[in-house]
Write a protein that binds this ligand. Structure first.
Ligand code: ADP
Length: 169
């Protein structure tokens, strides 16, 4: 199943939620700040052991006080006009999160709209990359992907892109 909902990702009761982190993995604003606040200090302590994360890659921690069992931290690209490999790096974030989720035997996964906040990626272009990349994830053991959108505009873009699409898993 693949769906879009409007909501706050910290409330998602899934095997893993994805965090739109920065390369330090030591917390930040936006969804990253919300996840760290809801998870509690154990999350930051575990993140300190990970030695950061490259743009386009993903690393996993436990979920601590979150209803989600795990957090998969990924680092989206900063939007620099679109000719700096942004789309490929953003697709890599979604692919790596799906791979990491499969490695830890997650069946349900929730994504925020990576890079569309402080990192400035245009929301529709980012949603197209997100949806295309997840729809291309054939053979994944994941059974449910939710795109959790913080605002109604982003949610309606995802709903439009997902209309008539079947999950490949
Ligand atoms: P980035 O630095 O990757 O741009 P941001 O956290 O600034 O990350 O924004 C990414 C997206 O996450 C934005 O669309 C923002 O509105 C959204 N967002 C912020 N807080 C939450 C939350 N609690 N749950 C889901 N999405 C959120």
């Amino acid at each position: 199943m693949i769906e879009a909902v409007r909501g706050d990702i910290v409330r998602e009761r899934v095997d893993a939620i994805v965090n739109a982190a920065n390369t330090s993995l030591l917390g930040g604003g936006g969804v990253d700040g919300a996840i760290h606040r809801a998870a509690g200090p154990g999350l930051l302590a575990e993140c300190r052991l990970l030695n950061g994360c490259s743009t386009g890659d993903a690393k996993v921690t436990k979920g601590y006080n979150l209803p989600a069992r795990h957090v998969i931290h990924t680092v989206g690209p900063v939007w620099r006009g679109g000719d700096q490999n942004e789309a490929e790096l953003l697709a890599s974030c979604y692919r790596r999160c799906l791979e990491v989720a499969a490695e830890i035997r997650c069946r349900s996964l929730a994504f925020p709209a990576i890079s569309t906040g402080v990192y400035g990626y245009p929301p529709r272009a980012a949603a197209e990359v997100a949806v295309q990349t997840v729809l291309a994830a054939r053979g994944s053991p994941i059974r449910s992907v939710r795109f959790v959108c913080f605002d109604t505009e982003t949610a309606s873009i995802y709903e439009e892109l997902l209309t008539g699409q079947e999950a490949p898993f």
